[in-house]
Write a protein that binds this ligand. Structure first.
Ligand SMILES: [Cu+2]
Length: 228
């Protein structure tokens, strides 16, 4: 059985180092089949590593390497999301934020700086077995979506996915990526609360340094979800 054990060991090592990234935009009209078409390419498209600077790093916003992406269209009230390169195998929440480009600013050249981000989705933590990936609704899944609130004003937005992997207590592995979308048929809502990346999460925010194995109740970090 030595051969089997060696194979399992090697598979485990590969999984520990492979991680994942989020290259595929998903809308009501389908999911991208090409990586980084409507999602800005991140700095680690090969290594798949997390944002090494942690929650206060400038990279926590979009982790973009500067390559241009195209802008997809999604109707207010429609489905929007981002797909991962493989199943998300670490325990921890998936969250989405959106940010509207200022009028007259080309979304392709906008970096999303300042208090411009509102939360549109926050995964509900499991009631127990927090340290087990399978207990999370995101566990081992690849595609994550939410509904764009009908009252979202029309315009160009960044949509940011975030996965906060908490398995290594005190050393969060945060994976992010930003897609570009034009929201059409929108309403007159006022999205908020608005927060900044970096800024909204402190280095010692309980939501990013939580001990999944300590038996406490986990609360996802950041503002409440804007529901329109
Ligand atoms: Cu990892």
């Amino acid at each position: 059985m030595l051969g089997v054990n060696v194979a399992l060991f090697l598979a485990g090592v590969a999984q520990v180092h492979a991680h994942y990234h989020f290259p595929y935009l998903i809308t009501s009209s389908g999911k991208d089949t090409v990586k980084w078409k409507h999602v800005r390419q991140v700095k680690n498209p090969e290594s798949n590593d997390f944002v090494s600077g942690g929650p206060t790093s400038p990279d926590i916003r979009c982790y973009s390497n500067g390559k241009k992406a195209e802008t997809a269209t999604v109707a207010a009230g429609g489905t929007l999301g981002i797909g991962a390169s493989q199943g998300v195998f670490h325990p921890g929440p998936i969250q989405f934020y959106m940010a509207k480009a200022p009028d007259g600013v080309d979304i392709a050249n906008w970096d999303g700086a300042g208090n411009v981000w509102f939360k549109t989705y926050s995964e509900k933590p499991p009631a127990s077995r927090l340290g087990e990936t399978a207990a999370w609704s995101s566990g081992n899944k690849q595609d994550f979506t939410f509904t764009v609130p009908k009252n979202t004003p029309s315009g160009d937005y960044l949509v940011r996915i975030e996965h906060i992997a908490l398995h290594n207590t005190g050393k969060p592995q945060i994976y992010v990526a930003c897609g570009q979308v034009k929201v059409t048929g929108g309403g007159n809502g006022t999205p908020g609360p608005l927060v900044a990346f970096p800024g909204v999460y402190a280095a010692n925010d309980p939501g990013v340094v939580f001990n999944l194995y300590g038996g406490g109740v986990y609360k996802t970090p950041g503002p409440a979800v804007w529901t329109g």
